[in-house]
Design a protein around this ligand. Sequence first.
Ligand code: NOJ
Ligand code: CA
Length: 680
Amino acid sequence: MSLSRRPLTALVSALVLLTAHPALAKTVASVESPDHSLRVELDVDDGRIGYRVFRDDKPLIGTSRLGFLFQNAEQIQRNLAFTSQQTRSADETWEQPWGERRVTRNHYNELRTRFTETINAKRAIDVTFRVFDDGLGFRYEFPDQPSMKDVRITEELTEFDVVPNATAWWIPAGEWNRYEYLYNRTPLREVSQAHTPVTLKTDDGTYLSFHEAALVDYSSMWLRRIEGQRLKAQLSPGSEGWKVRRTAPFTTPWRTITISDRAGGLVESSLILNLNEPNKLGDVSWFKPAKYVGVWWSLHLDEKTWATGPKHGATTEETKRHIDFAAAHGFRGVLVEGWNPGWDGNWFANGWDFDFTRATPDFDIEGLSKYAAAKGVHLIGHHETGCAVSHYERQLPKALDLDARLGIDVVKTGYVCDAGQIERQDVDGGPVLREWHDGQWRANHQLRVVQEAAKRHIAIVDHEPIKDTGLRRTYPNWIAREGARGMEYNAWGNPPNPPEHEANLVFTRMLAGPFDFTPGVLSLKGRGGQPIQSTIAKQLANYVVIYSPVQMAADLPEHYAQHMNAFRFIEDVPTDWEDTKVINGEPGDFVTVVRKQRGGNDWFVGSVTDENARTLTLPLDFLDAGRRYEAQIYRDGDGADWKTSPFAFVVETRSVKRGDVLTLKLAPGGGEAIRLKALR
Ligand code: NOJ
Ligand code: CA
């Protein structure tokens, strides 16, 4: 029947149907989450691979394309055919040697698909999806084949086309200050180019986090918005023209989407860790989660200097003072920055002067480590590279040998320079290439440091890091990082961290992994006395809200001496947990986290708010039945307000049991910290 002879009504309804349900290319393979709430479908449309995600049968990610461009080969983007699939399921539990919880369940359905070129080289590429109840990950797998012996990726073409209208919390990627930006909260349609994790809330109340897992020998993925709500991978650059250079067989990192009805569900998810390889280091009980103190805050206040001279912070005498303080209050570590040659002059501009194998003459490193050991304290090492990274790597074995000999079992590393300015020199005296903090070369450098350190039972905390993608599961001595605005911004100002900062971090940066935020500045003042935008109680709450297995008590001993009632919480709070739950929270607004101490029965509560006062209820239904607890409450006092009355603060105790409900009254810029001490 020709079109002209069809009844008009039938034609109109056919057109309506077409526009209301745009034809989807035929699904070639699909996989569901174990609870059937999530479904991923794959198709090939005109030779292009696409995937889409449904949640409760509603489209969440619309058809999104996959593929690659190469410097030395034709693209893998069009001319593909679906050739085969395999499925598999897993349901297992594993234990973290240290962490925010001990036991983790890894439960997913996996779909591995193969696509083959219909033209030319007939190259094959695999795409593997793992679908969990709380999200999914997928990665490309480049099978071994003759045409892929030298793979030089210039672009990864992975897309994420978000269907429901959404709000985004994000920081810009590709800018000079690496990850150290205040979080934007904008419609997804206003995102430009963002670092992951990027957090979304759809208008119908679904929370999503886009990130990646197991970033090894590859470049970091940024997300660039192409149009509407369609995001596309943008790999961090490399100095040699390509972004990633590999030899097949190899796999890319997992591209991940964590999905929950609650913002807290994103935080509770173990999806990123589950997508990383198990522990490769064996017994790592030599790493002890712990708190530390040090000269650090006095350097950022400008009271002391990294450089030698009259204000030098890392002197024998000053370090002894911090060791004594640590020993008196039960802190395991003392961090000393500025202990080695290279800080004099403009170290920002010249990392090539740093020597990591010897101390400055006024720092008796041998004597101090003995002095510390006698008191059960360990010095924490510091390797600021100033971005002369190859220069650092050449010294690394000797530097770590020195640390190991002196009982230094945690080393903080630093990469202070603008993004894209890491100095790489493959041959001593040869040309210097400029790399990014999150490109493939840096990813490999960081892992080399972690592996060298592991051989000597040393743990690494890196500042100005490459972002965390859960590699602490595989290398449990890679314990924490910076990679966001930490406390130091409150010393510098310009501007300081706003009251919403921690509530942003929990639902964005913290989804990547532990953060060496360095909390606990009870003096509430930065350089020149400028106010920190927090109450006292909030400084305490941050020890529970922001997770890291190493937490600094960042303020100076003389400042803590003026706040001993509050300081008690910092002394008591653990840094290793049996379990973690997020009771309530919204990105950038507020959050309440409860954690059970590992190896004990106490629970700890941290609750923080933004610039708004808030009253929250805390049902104590996580406590053990039949046990009484002493609630040691550290809360904002009447009239507390970060602007006008930040020191209004109350410590009180109550007897509580499971089923009781506590009311948390948080001041503007405030918080509350509670130790629920288990009684017999
Ligand atoms: C920046 C780091 O974040 C900070 O903690 C450190 O003190 C300085 N670099 C110097 O290494
Ligand atoms: Ca920093």
